[in-house]
Design a binder for this molecule. Structure first.
Ligand code: F6P
Length: 548
C-alpha cells in the first residue's frame, strides 16, 4: 500500500469520525461568540476568516496532526529548495524563484533577473515608441496570443489592475486572443492597424496548436500588407517560451525571444516572461510590485505554522470539505468587478493541477481529489446560480473575496461619492450572502413556508484584502498557488503535470485531416457517434458551399 494515500493516514482516519459531531453552523456561532475572531488567519494585507467553515477545535487539531503526519512544512521546504517535486517529469517547480529578490537568488537562478532586464528593455522601447512597425510607425496595440497558463494569468492581472496603469503604458492597448477557432482574432483584425500592431506569442512549449494557428493567421494577415517577412518577424512579433529553438524555427530573431524554463509550470508562469502583456499594459514597475507581493506570501507560506498559515489553511479546509464532509463543488466568488477573470484563472490552476486519480507514484486513489471549481463576480452570481447555493440539493463550499477599501485613488472623480456608496452596497451583499449561506433562516427569521426555507450550513471562507493593489493581488494569487501545492501533498498527488490533456490533443490531430479532406468518416474506424457527427458536418458544409 502506498505511503502517499490520504486514507492510510492515522490523523485522517480520526478526522473521518468527526463530521457527525459538528452541529449546524447556526449552532456553532450561537455556542461560541468569539468564533468570528478566533477562526481567522492573517498574512500581510490578506486575512482569511474561516469561521463559517463547519469546523471545531477537535477538527482543527486533527488537521494540524494531518499536516504534521505528511510533513507539510518539510515538503514545502523541498519545493522551495528546487527538488524535483514534479516526479513524473523529473522537474523542480520553482515559480517562487521568479519573484525572489535578485540578491537572494543563487547564481544558477540569476537567469531570472537577466530575463526581467531584457523584458524591461523591450517594454521601454515599445512604450516609448522607439520600437516601430514595418512602416516606421509607433506601436499602438499589442495582441497576446496564448492559451491556458499563457493567457489566463496575464489576462486576469491586466484586467484586475487597470487602475494602476502608469502614464508611460497608457499609449498602448493590450488585447488577448486564445481561442483555436480564431473568433477573437476575427474580431480584432477587423479593427487593428497592421502597421502599428505587435503580437506577443506566449507558449512555454511553442508547440500548442491553438496558439500557433493564431500566430500563423496573424502572420498571413500582416503578409498581405508587407511582403518583407524578415522585417515583419523583427517588427511585429515577440515570443515568450522555454524553447528558443522552436521560436527560432518559427522565424523569431533572437532579440525578439524572451525565455523561461522547464521548471516553471505553464499555469504558474505569469511571473515569468509570460507576464510581458502585464508589463506592457500596466508598466514594468507595477509588474515588479506584483512579484514583490507574491514573494511576501512565499515567505509566509515557508515560515508560518500550519494553522496560522493562510495557504495551508485553505488547503486543509479543502481536504476537510471534500474528504470528510463529501462536498465536491467549490465556488469562487470575488465581490469585485476587477477580478472578473479570477475564477477562470483558478479553474485552470486548481483543476489542471489537482484533477488527478493516481498518487504521485502512479497508484490509483480510493478517495476524491480536486472538487469541481467555478465562479463569477459574486454580486452578479447572486442573480445567476446562488439559488442553487441557497436552496439546491448540492453542498457547495465557497470562497468570498473582498477588498475593504475601494476608489481611494479616485477622490478627484466627480462621482466618487456615488461609487463609494456602491462599494458599501457590494460589501453588504458579500457579508449578507455568506451569513445566509451559513445560518440559513436563523440569520433573520424562522418560517413555515417551504418556499422560503433556507437550510444554511453551506460552508464558506472570506478572504479580505485591505485593498486590491499589485502587491495584494500578487499575494492572493501566490496564496492559491500554494494552496494547490499543499493540497496535492495532502492528497499524495503530483500537481505539476497534466497528462490528462494530452490524449484529446492527439485524437484531434487524427480527426482534423479527415474533416479537412472530406474523407470517408466510416472508414476511419471511429465510434458511431463521432462518425455520424463528422458526416453531418461534412454534409452541412458541402450544402453551405453549394456543392450538393
Ligand atoms: O494543454 C494544457 C496546457 O499544456 C497548459 O498546461 C498550458 O498552460 C497550456 O496548455 C498552454 O501551453 P503552452 O504555454 O506550452 O502553449
Amino acid at each position: 500500500m502506498s505511503d502517499d494515500l490520504l486514507t492510510q493516514r492515522k490523523a485522517f482516519k480520526e478526522l473521518q469520525a468527526l463530521p457527525e459531531s459538528i452541529p449546524h453552523l447556526a449552532d456553532l456561532f450561537a455556542d461560541r461568540p468569539g468564533r468570528g475572531v478566533e477562526y481567522r488567519v492573517e498574512a500581510g494585507s490578506l486575512s482569511l476568516d474561516y469561521s463559517k467553515q463547519r469546523v471545531s477545535d477537535p477538527v482543527l487539531a486533527g488537521l494540524q496532526q494531518l499536516a504534521d503526519e505528511v510533513d507539510l512544512p518539510g515538503r514545502v521546504a523541498a519545493l522551495f529548495a528546487g527538488e524535483p517535486v514534479n516526479i513524473s517529469e523529473n522537474r523542480a517547480a520553482l515559480h517562487s524563484a521568479l519573484r525572489t529578490p535578485t540578491h537572494r537568488l543563487p547564481d544558477h537562478l540569476q537567469c531570472v533577473e537577466e530575463q526581467l532586464q531584457r523584458m524591461t528593455l523591450l517594454v521601454d522601447k515599445i512604450q516609448l515608441g522607439v520600437w516601430r512597425g514595418f512602416s516606421g510607425k509607433r506601436i499602438t496595440d499589442v495582441v497576446n496570443l496564448g492559451v491556458g497558463g499563457s493567457d489566463l494569468g496575464p489576462l486576469m492581472v491586466t484586467q484586475a489592475l487597470k487602475e494602476y496603469t502608469l502614464p508611460a503604458a497608457r499609449t498602448l492597448k493590450v488585447h488577448f486572443a486564445s481561442t483555436i477557432d480564431g473568433s477573437q482574432l476575427f474580431d480584432l483584425l477587423e479593427h487593428l492597424n497592421p502597421e502599428t500592431t505587435l503580437f506577443t506569442i506566449a507558449s512555454k512549449s511553442f508547440t500548442t496548436i491553438d496558439t500557433l494557428s493564431n500566430a500563423n493567421t496573424v502572420r498571413s494577415w500582416l503578409g498581405s500588407y508587407c511582403q518583407d517577412s524578415e522585417l515583419l518577424h523583427r517588427c511585429h512579433f515577440i515570443g515568450m517560451s522555454a524553447s528558443p529553438e522552436k521560436m527560432s524555427a518559427w522565424g523569431l530573431p533572437e532579440a525578439n525571444q524572451l525565455l523561461f524554463w522547464d521548471w516553471v509550470g505553464g499555469r504558474f508562469s505569469l511571473w515569468a516572461t509570460i507576464g510581458l502583456p502585464i508589463a506592457l499594459s500596466l508598466g514594468m514597475p507595477v509588474f515588479r510590485q506584483l512579484l514583490a507581493g507574491a514573494h511576501q506570501m512565499d515567505e509566509h507560506f515557508r515560515s508560518a505554522p500550519p494553522l496560522q498559515n493562510l495557504p495551508m489553511m485553505l488547503a486543509l479546509l479543502g481536504i476537510w470539505n471534500v474528504n470528510c464532509l463529501d462536498i465536491r463543488a467549490h465556488a469562487i466568488l470575488p465581490y469585485d468587478g476587477r477580478l472578473k477573470y479570477f475564477p477562470s484563472y483558478l479553474e485552470q490552476l486548481e483543476m489542471e493541477s489537482n484533477g488527478k486519480s493516481v498518487t504521485r507514484h502512479g497508484e490509483p486513489l480510493n478517495y476524491a481529489t480536486c472538487p469541481v471549481l467555478w465562479g463569477e463576480i459574486g454580486a452578479n452570481a447572486q442573480h445567476a446560480f446562488y439559488q442553487l447555493l441557497h436552496q439546491g440539493t448540492q453542498p457547495v463550499a465557497s470562497d468570498f473575496i473582498l477588498a475593504a477599501a475601494r476608489y481611494d485613488s479616485a477622490r478627484h472623480y466627480a462621482h466618487y461619492e456615488e461609487l463609494v456608496a456602491q462599494h458599501e452596497l457590494n460589501i453588504a451583499n458579500c457579508l449578507a450572502q455568506s451569513r445566509v449561506l451559513a445560518l440559513g433562516n436563523a440569520a433573520v427569521e424562522v418560517t413555515d413556508n417551504p418556499f422560503r426555507h433556507y437550510p444554511g450550513n453551506q460552508p464558506s471562507s472570506t478572504l479580505l484584502l485591505d485593498q486590491l493593489t499589485p502587491e495584494s493581488l500578487g499575494a492572493l494569487i501566490a496564496a492559491y498557488e500554494h494552496k494547490v501545492f499543499a493540497q496535492a501533498v495532502l492528497w499524495g498527488i503530483n500537481p505539476f503535470d497534466q497528462w490528462g490533456v494530452e490524449l484529446g490533443k492527439q485524437v484531434a490531430l487524427q480527426l482534423q485531416p479527415l474533416l479537412a479532406s472530406c474523407g470517408d468518416a466510416t472508414e476511419a474506424q471511429l465510434d458511431s457517434s463521432t462518425q455520424s457527427l463528422a458526416r453531418s458536418i461534412q454534409r452541412l458544409r458541402q450544402a453551405q458551399r453549394g456543392d450538393v
